[in-house]
Write a protein that binds this ligand. Sequence first.
Ligand code: PLP
Length: 219
Amino acid sequence: MDISENIKKYKDELPENVKLVAISKTKPNEDILEAYRAGQRIFGENKIQEMTDKWEALPQDIQWHMVGHVQRNKVKYMAPFVSLIHAVDSLKLLKEINKRAKQNERSINCLLQVKIAEEDSKFGISREEVAEILSSEAYANMNNVKVIGLMGMATFTDDEDQVKAEFNYLKSVFDELRDQHPELEELSMGMSGDYQLAIECGSTMVRIGSSIFGARNYN
Ligand SMILES: *Cc1c(COP(=O)(O)O)cnc(C)c1O
């Protein structure tokens, strides 16, 4: 894998309004630095401990995105530095993020994860639950957390029509909520295998790992 070539390829290819989140989970710091030297500044991880170690070791102008499922008791470790949390799926979690952000005298941007896939294994909440959180008094009283958009993961399948239907559904939820909540700006959808389809369907943020850094080895 030529990481810097891959970064350049995506920078050329992606429309101007679509941000690239380079998903570096399981990859060593030297791979991240190679992408960094090619100009990449946004990196995504799915484990808080791993992200924290990388934050400590790598250049401070990297924007770290947490794209994985978040356990409430670990929010405190990333609260000093995380730039965007993609997969918030409850008011309780949002409350904890708000509390830890306040302790660090900052505000943390978040996305709410909507369940769009058929698989039970995928996390996320319904359109109704998203609407409920956004219009709740509890959320209105949180001064250190800001929901700036939605995130979704499509079913892992070769059936393009199904993936497209799921992305279109998420886009329609996004557009509908935006009428009442104009602060929703980002729609995080699309990975290595389906980012082109996601962009056609209105994605503003693609999360790409293996086609930049190569296949992951989880051993
Ligand atoms: C790992 C991961 C990605 C990247 O997947 P690739 O198929 O390697 O591009 C994107 N989003 C989330 C939430 C992930 O956990």
